[in-house]
Design a protein. Sequence first.
Length: 178
Amino acid sequence: MNKEIIAKRYAFALFQIAVEKQLLEQMEEEIRAVWQALAENEQFLSLLTYPKLSLEKKKALIKETFASVSTPLQNTLLLLLERHRIDIVPQLAQQFTDLVNEARGVAEATAYSARPLTEEEKRALSDVFAKKIGKTTLRIENIVDPSLIGGVKLRIGNRIYDGSISGKLKQIQRQLIG
């Protein structure tokens, strides 16, 4: 079965528990921290998937390493370990974040600009484009790309809104050639 589908099921179950126990915000932060910890320590993940290390030792590693996370998340990690699916944590974290964002009416966006955007500019972008896509707000990550010359290129999901100078120049070039 596809990792995305499996991760979606675990994420949905974890999301329901988080809503029920009113731990949504806390669990969102914790799952991002777990995802980041596993991403930064590839050796730790390979240790958890090492076949010669006993399941009990692997469980002890999980319990010790992630002792500060909530019980539902820790239990989910242990369950993934038992079922040899600990490698789906990145997909699980992404699916969980998507569910939380959907519940809050938030969308993830990436803004490419020639210079770093101020908080006020991010807020203005969020206000304008959130309405266009039917959300209450956007969580914007800013990436500086000097090749844009000026303006902003905004990516929300699989949609791109290009208001950059380089984008306008390419559009003019295509019109002149075509």
